[in-house]
Design a protein around this ligand. Sequence first.
Ligand code: URA
Length: 208
Amino acid sequence: MNNLTVVDNPLVKRDITVLRNKDTRPADFRAALGRISYSIAVEISKNFQLNEIEVVTPLETTIGYELQKQVVLVPVLRAGLSMVNSFLDMIPEAKVGHIGLQRNEKTLMPEDYYYKTPKDIGSSVTIVLDPMLATGGSAAAAFKYLKERGAGESYLACLIAAPEGVKKMYDEHPDIKIYTAALDRELNEVGYIVPGLGDAGDRTFGTF
Ligand code: URA
């Protein structure tokens, strides 16, 4: 499917191995996750448009560049928070929104219990951060809410994707380009990605 880019880099492959290892402790897990997030931020940024500006060096005036559009990072709570700092290191001028999703017990559909993004999201580049693209339910819902509030050019940054989630995103949001560090085999019967890395939020925050 042409909505997916798997970042192909030896350091990323090494770090995904660190994340997969069940014996990796939260501090090392967070560090590897942060390094992978840098690479994904760089890959997504290849889409950014630039404005030419003048810059005055100590020697003369020359041409420089600035990002054409404001960038808005939107971590999906809670695991998406783990990717924010690396993206902010690479794009320090970015703003950060947040989306919290939970399942409606009646409809069984994800709905937002928390939503806060900047008002100018329509003219910005939006990057949703969500490390595990499993069923795709949360990611698809996040983009539904963002589009309802006017989001335009948008990307999804994740660490591990399952084919089921990639397909769901393609079916519901074919305009959204997904960037991941690995495409895994499948979902198991309880919705975990296999081989995967387990629960990304628990492993990041040590809540197991
Ligand atoms: N969320 C996770 O944290 N891990 C999975 O494997 C699937 C969803």
